[in-house]
Design a protein around this ligand. Structure first.
Ligand code: THG
Length: 262
C-alpha cells in the first residue's frame, strides 16, 4: 500500500492556522512525524479558505522540503496552483487531482507528462460525484482513454472513486468497494486505485473505528494507495495486518515491528 499522509491540510485547525501565520515549525513537525510513522508521500493542501493558494502552496512545498526528501502530492482543485507547485518539487510529484472534465484533462495530463508526475483522476465531472457504479466506471474509462491518447503511462494513474461520508450516503461505501475492483479491468496495464480514507467518517462520532474498518475492506478490494492519517496507530496496525492476511507480507510473531523497521 502506498501511503500518502493527509495531515498538512488547511481543513485541519492546526495546519490551517500554521498556513495562515506562516508558522514553519508546525508544518515541519507534521512532515517529519508522518514520515516516521510510515508515510511514503505527503499530501499538501492549503485548505478551502486560502486567500492566495499559489503563494500558500509554494510556501508549503519549500517548508516541507527543508526537512524531508519524499514525494509530494499537490492537492488543489486549481490547475494553476498545481502548475506553480510542480516547478518547485524536488522529489517525485503527485498531481491531486484531475476530474474527468476535458478542460482539466487538457491541462493536467500534459503537466504530468512534462514533470514525470503521478496523476490522481477523480471519477467526477461538472455534474458532481456519481451515485452509481456504472457512471463512476464510465468517468474512470474516460480518464484512462485520455491518458492513453496523450501518451501518459496508465501505471502512473491513480483512479479515485471519491469516498463519501457514510452518515450521509450510506449506500455508497459498498458501491465504492465493488467499483475499486472493476477499475482494474478498464485497461491493460490497469490503472492504480486510491481513496481519501477520512472522507468516509466525516461528521461521525466513531471516526477512527470507521476509518480502519473501511480501509481493511478496501485493501481486500485491491486498493493500491490511500490518503490517510499515518499517526493513527490502530489504523496503521490494521493496514499492516490486512496486508498480512492477504499474503502481501510474510508472517512472523513480531510482524508489526518488522514492518515498521523496514
Ligand atoms: N481524494 C483525493 N484527495 C483528497 C481527498 C479525496 N484530499 C483531501 C481529502 N479527500 C483527504 N484528506 C482529508 C483531510 C482531512 C479530513 C478528511 C480528509 C478531515 N478533517 C477534519 C474534518 O473535516 O472533520 C478536520 C477537523 C480537525 O481540525 O481536526 O476529516 O477523497 N484524491
Amino acid at each position: 500500500m502506498f501511503i500518502i499522509g493527509e495531515l498538512i491540510n488547511g481543513m485541519y485547525k492546526e495546519a490551517g492556522r500554521a498556513i495562515r501565520e506562516k508558522d514553519k515549525s508546525v508544518i515541519q513537525r507534521l512532515a517529519k512525524r508522518q514520515k516516521e510513522a510510515g508515510a511514503d508521500a505527503l499530501d499538501l493542501n492549503c485548505g478551502p479558505v486560502s486567500k492566495d493558494p499559489v503563494l500558500d502552496m509554494r510556501w508549503l512545498i519549500e517548508t516541507v522540503q527543508e526537512v524531508v526528501d519524499m514525494p509530494l502530492s499537490l492537492d488543489s482543485t486549481k490547475a494553476n496552483v498545481i502548475e506553480e507547485g510542480l516547478k518547485l518539487v524536488k522529489n517525485k510529484a503527485i498531481i491531486n487531482s484531475t476530474s474527468a472534465d476535458s478542460e482539466k484533462l487538457e491541462i493536467l495530463v500534459p503537466l504530468a507528462i512534462k514533470y514525470n508526475a503521478s496523476l490522481i483522476g477523480l471519477t467526477l465531472d461538472k455534474n458532481g460525484v456519481p451515485q452509481d457504479k456504472d457512471r463512476r466506471l464510465e468517468l474512470a474509462a474516460r480518464i484512462v482513454a485520455d491518458c492513453q491518447e496523450k501518451g501518459f503511462p496508465v501505471e502512473n494513474l491513480y483512479i479515485d472513486p471519491v469516498v463519501l461520508p457514510v452518515n450521509v450516503a450510506q449506500n455508497q461505501a459498498g458501491l465504492v468497494l465493488e467499483v475499486l475492483k472493476e477499475f482494474k479491468i478498464i485497461s491493460t496495464p490497469a490503472p492504480k486505485t486510491i481513496v481519501g480514507l477520512s472522507n468516509i467518517s466525516q461528521g461521525t462520532t466513531k471516526r477512527r473505528l470507521i476509518n480502519r474498518t473501511f480501509l481493511s475492506m478496501a485493501i481486500a478490494a485491491d486498493l493500491d494507495a490511500a490518503i490517510l492519517d499515518p499517526l493513527d496507530e490502530e489504523l496503521m496496525n490494521t493496514l499492516i495486518t490486512s496486508e498480512l492476511i492477504l499474503n502481501k507480507q510474510i508472517y512472523c510473531d513480531s510482524y508489526l515491528d518488522a514492518y515498521r523497521k523496514r
